[in-house]
Design a protein around this ligand. Structure first.
Ligand code: ACO
Length: 175
């Protein structure tokens, strides 16, 4: 497997990878309106980290993408550079690949990427059934980022818990 940062630069590869990732999100996050998922995944203020697998994969285990690879999952987030945080909008691993450690590796990649971009916090609105996963990734419901920095920027809604993960510049999240 490999991890790839994908942004909507209108290239064919990026479009195919984002389309595949959108399909994984739509399948794994059935409560999210399809149009809303599409809008954010293709939005140019967002970027995504995709989990890619090469070679043939069984039907239903992912979403075909560019270059004969399959998108097995990923994370779509929006960096707020000035406020030094990113909002994790969607995160999912294909059904057949869950609970194999990919979700943990994916989050480590997101943290390292955010840290290298100079960000200090990740925020997310965690689905109730994903709260345990986020806690294991170092997220907490205690929000230390000053309210005025995220107020109006985070889409909080019912059935979710706002959670935060503080990033440390001296930590290598990939080791
Ligand atoms: N509830 C409780 N614990 C969980 C859950 C869960 N839903 N999912 C994973 N875990 C635990 C695992 O058991 C594991 O624990 P361990 O370290 O003690 O063994 C740990 O979290 C990490 O597991 P991974 O194998 O690294 O995680 P996985 O590859 O399964 O990915 C993910 C986790 C992304 C939540 C995946 O299960 C998934 O896609 N679920 C459906 C979509 C979803 O709920 N996404 C998050 C919605 S919130 C949002 O998008 C902002």
């Amino acid at each position: 497997v490999s991890f790839r940062i994908v942004v909507n630069d209108t290239s064919r590869d990026a479009m195919l990878n984002l389309l595949a990732l959108k399909n994984v999100f739509v399948k794994q996050l059935p409560n999210m309106p399809r149009a809303y998922v599409s809008r954010l995944v293709f939005d140019r203020k967002h970027e995504s980290l995709a989990l890619m697998k090469s070679g043939a994969t069984p039907v239903g285990s992912g979403s075909a993408a560019a270059g004969g690879e399959t998108v097995m999952g990923g994370c779509c987030y929006r960096p707020f550079k000035e406020q030094k945080f990113a909002e994790v909008a969607f995160l999912a691993i294909s059904q057949t690949e869950q609970v194999r450690g990919y979700g943990t590796r994916l989050m480590a990649q997101v943290k390292e990427r955010a840290k290298r971009c100079g960000l200090t916090h990740l925020l997310t609105c965690a689905d109730n059934n994903a709260v345990a996963y986020f806690k294991k990734q170092g997220f907490s419901k205690k929000i230390t980022l000053p309210f005025e920095l995220w107020q109006g920027r985070i889409k909080d809604y019912e059935g979710v818990l706002l959670m935060e993960c503080k990033l440390h510049p001296q930590v290598d999240y990939l080791n």
